[in-house]
Design a protein around this ligand. Structure first.
Ligand SMILES: Cc1cc2nc3c(=O)[nH]c(=O)nc-3n(C[C@H](O)[C@H](O)[C@H](O)COP(=O)(O)OP(=O)(O)OC[C@H]3O[C@@H](n4cnc5c(N)ncnc54)[C@H](O)[C@@H]3O)c2cc1C
Length: 479
C-alpha cells in the first residue's frame, strides 16, 4: 500500500484543538491530498531554565501536553511527546523524527529571538529535504506589523496603538478556527523517542482540560466582565479572569477571548468605561507588548526601552532584595503580594504594579532583578508582558509611569484592600489587626513575628528622584 502523505503539526505555545490555525491548515491539506495529520511536542527543559521559566509553569505545560495527547487521540491524531534538550537541538530532533511520507510542517510563529533562530534552523533543514514549512501568526490578535503609524512605524505609545487596533477590529472582527473533526485514518508508524517526562504536579490547582479552560473564560465573559471596571483592582475579590496562565501556553487564544466577549457583551464592548471595553483593553496591552518586543530586540537583551535609564546606578542591596522576595519588608500589602506569588505562582495585577514599584523606587534595586524573580515564580510568565510591566513600573519603558510618580504602598493598600482581607489571608501574623491598623501595623510597636519596615518610604522616595534626575540631566546636557 502506498505511504500516505504526512502533515506534521508542531505544538509549542498553542496547546489547543479549538482555534488552532496550524492544526486547521494541516487538516485541510491532509483532506486535499488524502493524507494524514500527526503531531509533535518537544520539551526543552534546558532552554526553559535559561529563560528562568518557573517550575510551576513548566509543570502546567507538561500536564497540558498530556491532556492534549488524549484530546488529539479523540481526533485520531497521534501526539509524539519528546523530551528534547534546548531550542538549538530542535532541528536535530525534528530531523531524526521525519517520518516516511512527510510533506509539510505546520506551526504557530513565536517572536522571541532564540525561538526565531530555532524556527529558522528547522525551516532550513526541512527545505533541504523539499518539505514545506507553514508558519502562522496567531500569537497576537492583530499580528505584528499590522498595526502601524501612518508613517509605517511601530507605535511606541499604547493609546494611539489601541485606537488604531480598535479601528481594525471594527473593520475585520476576529475569526476563530473550528476544532477539526476526527480524521478517518491514523498513522502508527512513528519513530521512538525519549518520552517527555511528567511534571511535579505543582500546578495541580489549575485545571488543564481544554473544555474546562474554555468554560472558565466563557463564565467570566457571561457573569463577571460587567463588574470588571469596579473589581479588577481589588486583590481580595475574584474579579479578573485568571486566564493568563492559559494564554501564556496557548490553551486559549486571545482571539477566542475576544470572540466570546463580543458574543456576551455585544455593543457594550464599544462603551469606553464598560467592563467589556476595559477587559478588551487589557488584551490589547498583551498585543502591544508583543509587537514592541519584536520591533525592539534590545528588550530581550535586558536593555531599557528608554536608553538613558540604563545609566542609573542602582545600589542593589542584596539583603533588601531578599526581604522583598520573602515577603518580609514590613509593608503589609507588598509582603502579602509576594507571599501570594511564592505560594500560588500567580499575583494580582494591582499587586504586580505595587511590588514592582516598591522594589525599584523604595528599595532601589534594578528592575531586571525583579523581572527575573517574577519569571522564576509566575505560572503565567510571559516575556513580553513581564518585561513591559516591569519597565512600566520602573519608569524605563514605553508609556512608563513618570519617574516622579511613586506609588505609596500604604495608601495603595488602604485604597485597594480597604478591609485588609487580602493582607490577612497571606499574613497570619497580622490577622488580629483592624481594617484601620493593618495597612501600617507598626504603631505603637510592630506585632510579634512580623517584620519591621526595612525602609522609610518618605525618605527613600527622595533618593529615587535623585537617581532619575541625575541621568535625565546627563541626557539634557548631551542633547
Ligand atoms: C510587573 C508586572 C509583571 C507582569 N508579568 C506578566 C507576565 O509574566 N505574564 C502575563 O500574562 N502578564 C503579566 N503582567 C500583566 C498582568 O498583571 C497579568 O496579565 C494579569 O494579572 C493576569 O491576570 P488575569 O488573567 O486575571 O487578567 P485579566 O485582568 O482578566 O486580563 C485578561 C488578560 O489580558 C492580558 N493582560 C492583562 N493585563 C495586562 C498587561 N498589563 N500587560 C499585558 N497583558 C495583560 C493577560 O493575558 C490577561 O490574562 C504583568 C504586569 C506587571 C505590572
Amino acid at each position: 500500500m502506498k505511504t500516505p502523505s504526512v502533515h506534521l503539526v508542531w505544538f509549542r505555545h498553542d496547546l489547543r484543538c479549538h482555534d488552532n490555525e496550524a492544526l486547521h491548515a494541516a487538516f485541510n491539506a491532509a483532506a486535499a491530498d488524502n493524507g494524514v495529520v500527526i503531531a509533535v511536542f518537544i520539551a526543552t527543559a534546558k532552554s526553559w531554565q535559561q529563560h528562568h521559566m518557573a517550575a510551576i509553569r513548566q509543570d502546567l505545560l507538561r500536564r497540558r501536553v498530556k491532556a492534549l495527547e488524549s484530546e488529539l487521540a479523540d481526533l485520531n491524531i497521534p501526539l509524539v511527546m519528546v523530551e528534547g534538550v534546548d531550542y538549538a537541538s530542535c532541528a536535530k530532533t525534528i530531523a531524526a523524527f521525519i517520518p516516511k511520507g512527510l510533506v509539510a510542517l505546520y506551526a504557530q510563529r513565536e517572536y522571541e529571538v532564540r525561538e526565531q533562530q530555532r524556527d529558522e534552523q528547522v525551516s532550513a533543514l526541512l527545505q533541504q529535504q523539499q518539505i514545506d514549512c507553514h508558519w502562522f501568526d496567531r500569537l497576537c490578535i492583530m499580528p505584528p506589523g499590522s498595526v502601524l503609524t501612518q508613517q509605517g512605524d511601530v507605535y511606541k505609545v499604547f493609546t494611539p496603538f489601541k485606537r488604531n487596533w480598535l479601528a481594525k477590529y471594527a473593520e475585520q472582527g476576529v475569526h476563530c478556527f473550528a476544532k477539526p473533526k476526527p480524521q478517518a485514518r491514523t498513522f502508527t508508524d512513528l519513530p521512538t523517542f525519549t518520552v517527555m517526562q511528567e511534571g511535579d504536579n505543582s500546578s495541580s490547582a489549575w485545571p488543564v482540560a481544554e473544555a474546562e479552560v474554555l468554560q472558565q473564560m466563557r463564565l467570566f465573559c457571561q457573569q463577571k466582565v460587567q463588574d470588571y471596571t469596579l473589581q479588577r483592582d481589588l486583590p481580595a475579590v475574584d474579579g479578573t479572569s485568571q486566564v493568563s496562565p492559559y494564554l501564556a501556553i496557548g490553551v486559549l487564544s486571545a482571539q477566542q477571548c475576544v470572540a466570546r466577549l463580543q458574543l456576551e457583551a455585544g455593543a457594550s464592548i464599544w462603551q469606553e468605561k464598560s467592563g467589556a471595553a476595559v477587559w478588551l483593553s487589557e488584551l490589547i496591552w498583551r498585543d502591544f507588548y508583543k509587537h514592541i518586543m519584536l520591533a525592539f530586540p534590545k528588550l530581550i537583551k535586558h536593555k531599557a526601552f528608554q536608553a538613558e535609564t540604563d545609566l542609573i546606578q542602582w545600589p542593589n542591596n542584596a539583603a533588601l532584595f531578599e526581604a522583598w522576595c520573602q515577603g518580609k519588608t514590613g509593608y503589609p500589602i507588598v509582603d502579602a503580594a509576594m507571599r501570594q506569588l511564592n505560594q500560588t505562582g500567580w499575583m494580582h495585577n494591582r499587586l504586580r504594579m505595587i511590588t514592582a514599584s516598591f522594589l525599584v523606587k523604595d528599595l532601589h534595586i534594578d528592575w531586571r532583578w525583579g523581572e527575573q524573580y517574577f519569571m522564576s515564580k509566575l505560572i503565567d510568565g510571559d516575556f513580553a508582558a513581564n518585561n513591559g510591566g516591569w519597565q512600566w513600573a520602573a519608569s524605563t519603558g514605553t508609556d512608563a509611569a513618570p519617574y516622579f510618580r511613586i506609588f505609596n504602598p500604604v495608601t495603595q493598600s488602604q485604597r485597594f484592600d480597604a478591609n485588609g482581607d487580602f493582607i490577612r489571608k497571606f499574613i497570619p501574623e497580622l490577622a488580629a489587626k483592624s481594617a484601620k491598623d493593618i495597612h501600617w501595623p507598626h504603631k505603637p510597636i510592630t506585632p510579634k513575628g512580623y517584620a519591621a519596615p526595612v525602609v522609610a518610604h518618605d525618605q527613600v522616595r527622595k533618593i529615587t528622584l535623585a537617581l532619575f534626575s541625575a541621568v535625565k540631566n546627563q541626557e539634557n546636557q548631551h542633547a
